[in-house]
Every structure is written in C-alpha cells, then in structure tokens.
Design a protein around this ligand. Structure first.
Ligand code: PAF
Length: 283
C-alpha cells in the first residue's frame, strides 16, 4: 500500500499520472473507515486508474473541541481495510495538520448561496467553512478528475458541488447513496462510539424517516415535522436536534408542496453524546 504524509510527495505522483493520461479519483475521509467508505472507494476504483483516499480529521470543521478530540482515529485498521480492497491502485494521503494548514489553522469564509445556512450550518457554526477549506485544498493537492462523497452528508455534498461551480474547479463531484447497517442505521464513523443500548436504539432514526416519507404523501411538511418531534419527545434514549423537510435543490423550507419539485427530509439526533445525522428523499 502506498501511504504518504506530505503533499510535496504527491506532486510527482499526480504529475506522472496526468502525463500518462491516467485518471485520478479522490475519496476524502476522516478515517475510521466503514463499509460506506469502502463502497465509495470501490466505485472510484472502477471509474479511475488510481484512487487517492485522504485520511485526515480536519480540525477546522469541528465547532466543539471535545467532538474533535473524541473523533475516532484508527489509521492502522484503515490501512488494513484498504489493503483488503485493493493493494495496487489506492494511494493513501494521511497528513498531519501542519501539512494541510501550515501554521494557519483557520477556515476560509465561503458564501455557498445560502446552502450553508440551515440544518448543519445552524447547529454546527462554521462547519461548512471548514469543510469547504479542506476539500478545496485536497482538490488542489490531489487534482482528481472525479471526487466521491456519500449522500449521508447530503448538505455537505450540495455545498461541495457549489464550491466546484463557484471556483470553477476542474473536478466532477459524484454523490453516492447512503450505506446502511442491516437494521437501517446509516453507516458512520461515529457509530463505533455508541454504547450498546444506544446502538440498539439508533435504527429508530431511519424508521421514523421512512414513516415521515409515507406521511409526506398526504400531509404538509409542517404536519410531518410536528409528528416527528412528538415521536422523539416520547423516546427515552434519543433526543432530536432537528427534523426538517426542505426543497432538495435549495435546501430551503417551503410553505406549499409543488408537484414538480423534489423534497428531502433531514434529521440530526443525539444518542447520548454522539450526534447522528441521516436523510431521505421524499419524492
Ligand atoms: O465527510 C467527511 O468525512 C468530511 O467532512 C470530509 C469531506 C472528509 C472533509 O473533511
């Protein structure tokens, strides 16, 4: 397995690949890899000659120091997992903070035309500035033809697509469907930190999303939102941070449903001190 910690070591490799007209895929991750990541990586391997997997817990996207400190870091296991997928065509970039940020560990301030305002933007202040900063940097370092992101972080995916358009970055951003455990819980690196009783309770989130989808066929967004809030108010272990139904392209809430628009429901829930997010297409 090829593992690099310095962006300066990657220059030569990317230039070599480009000069041979070979295509580069990028799967940015914060490590603690799970099958959801592996599915992105397998897709990227099918569609590109080489795939870079970045493993970097990006400090500027955390608004909470404890969350950053507790974020799982499992590089050795990650490398083993990647080895089991493919030995030859994956290149790991696992830098330290200095390699990415130098001595200025700050996020750039972005305007994503309002996509950054609701939901994660509202509850995790500055989060998307941090994501935009690191992803733009990774694009500049790896120079991928295609970059892959999971739809579990749907708002993030929309923001990265916007970043690419606004800065005219030469990369195609692909969104990939949510990977779920057998019981429906969306795969996330945070799941490994759930205590057993909370892990057992967590599939409730997707169950409610599926029920909300059915309700949205006949009820208004506001009615469905109120219903979801009630279900969580009764729950003993999970506490709802937000449940929002939004228009898919703008992520804005709306008053009246329109037949030719697409909608999505978004949710964030605390299971003990672990924050879980999920979403579902409604039509
Ligand atoms: O989705 C993630 O894991 C992170 O937000 C990303 C895209 C790797 C940026 O740090």
């Amino acid at each position: 397995m090829n593992i690099y910690q310095k962006k300066s070591d990657l220059n030569q490799i990317t230039e070599n690949l480009k000069s041979q007209n070979l295509t580069i895929g990028l799967v940015p991750t914060m490590g603690a890899l799970h099958h959801g990541h592996l599915s992105l990586i397998k897709k990227a391997l099918k569609e590109n000659d080489k795939v870079f997997v970045s493993v970097f817990v990006n400090p500027t996207q955390f608004d909470n120091k404890e969350d950053l400190d507790k974020y799982p870091r499992t590089l050795d296991v990650d490398i083993e997992m990647l080895n089991s997928v493919c030995k030859d065509n994956i290149i790991i970039y696992a830098p330290n903070v200095e390699d990415v940020y130098g001595d200025n560990i700050n996020a750039v301030h972005f305007d994503f035309d309002g996509l950054e305002v609701p939901m994660e933007g509202r509850y995790r202040l500055g989060h998307f500035n941090g994501v935009g900063t690191v992803v733009k940097r990774l694009f500049e370092i790896v120079k991928p033809d295609i970059a892959y992101f999971g739809e579990k972080d749907f708002q993030q995916l929309m923001i990265i697509k916007k970043l690419v358009v606004k800065y005219d970055l030469p990369v195609y951003v692909k969104g990939c469907g949510i990977y779920r455990e057998k019981d429906g819980l969306a795969m996330s690196s945070r799941n490994m930190r759930l205590k057993p009783e909370y892990r057992k309770a967590a599939p409730f989130i997707y169950k409610i999303l599926k029920k909300a989808k059915v309700q949205f066929e006949t009820k208004s967004a506001n009615k469905v939102e109120k219903w979801v809030e009630k279900q969580f108010a009764k729950h003993k272990l999970l506490s709802l941070e937000y449940f929002t139904i939004a228009e898919t392209n703008t992520l804005k809430s709306f008053k009246r449903k329109s037949k030719d628009k697409s909608y999505r429901a978004f949710i964030a829930v605390y299971a003990d001190d672990i924050r879980l997010i999920d979403n579902i297409a409604l039509n």
